[in-house]
Design a binder for this molecule. Structure first.
Ligand code: SF4
Length: 247
């Protein structure tokens, strides 16, 4: 009688992974050594940001593009809260570009002193106001090329003003929060803001550029803070494999 062949017990079926596909794609990207920029993963991150911050917007108080420009110049190395405090009295005394353009520098320096770097900021504010009057007919220009000609204005300020005041998506704001979070979320492997912006505009749909900047800044301020990110509270946690994670 032929011996009965011993059948191996059927291998146990692995339970279906709870991880979303996007997270798997990201893991695969990571293993390949590429940034986690698979379109599905990026779409999942954008959806989570929409879920958490549907109404994210610029936190610098302003009534027009010019005020936003001045507040953004003042916000370098300073919190929005501090800038808003200073701006409240500042815009009553200096209601338009003419008022700033012909301000007494030493007075303006003292008025904006609480925002830090007040000498350079005074030069930028007065210089930008003069250029707006002399070159742009009193209006903050509407293109990145033109806005970058204003003293003290680099791409970050240009993107804030064009995006928030005019709804023009000319790029993505890369401030300290966007810089940190883009790396933590593995949307870039660059440290230089210009390169980060180039990386982000390749993977984020243009219609999301303005809102994405606000949402990432909000997330960086509220949850994914520099020193101790609150990963337990983070709705992006399942998509994040940053070495800075605290869970
Ligand atoms: S899981 Fe943590 S590190 Fe990752 S995005 Fe959220 S807060 Fe930041």
């Amino acid at each position: 009688m032929a011996a009965k062949s011993k059948k191996k017990p059927a291998a146990k079926k692995k339970p279906a992974s709870a991880k979303p596909r996007a997270a798997k794609a990201a893991k695969a990207d990571k293993q390949r050594g590429a940034a986690g920029t698979a379109p599905k993963r990026v779409a999942a991150i954008l959806a989570k940001l929409d879920e958490a911050y549907p109404n994210a917007t610029c936190e610098l108080k302003h009534e027009n593009a010019f005020q936003l420009l001045i507040s953004t110049i003042l916000s370098a190395q300073c919190t929005d809260v501090r800038v808003n405090q200073v701006a409240e009295t500042l815009y009553k005394k200096y209601p338009n570009p003419e008022a700033f353009a012909y301000a007494t520098p030493s007075e303006l320096e003292q008025e904006i002193r609480p925002t830090g770097f007040f000498r350079n900021k005074t030069k930028s504010v007065i210089g930008a106001s003069k250029a707006i009057i002399e070159t742009f007919g009193g209006q903050v220009p509407r293109t990145m090329e033109e806005i970058l000609t204003l003293p003290g204005v680099a791409r970050k300020t240009g993107n804030v003003v064009l995006g928030t005041a005019y709804g023009i998506a000319s790029g993505i704001v890369v401030d300290t929060h966007v810089q940190r979070l883009s790396n933590r979320l593995d949307l870039t492997r660059n440290e230089d803001p210009k390169k980060i912006e180039q990386d982000l505009i390749q993977i984020i749909p243009r219609e999301k550029w303005i809102q994405f900047s606000h949402q990432i800044i909000w997330h960086g301020r509220r949850v994914c803070q520099a020193r101790k990110p609150k990963c337990v509270e983070c709705n992006l946690e399942s998509l994040c494999y940053s070495k800075d994670k605290t869970v």
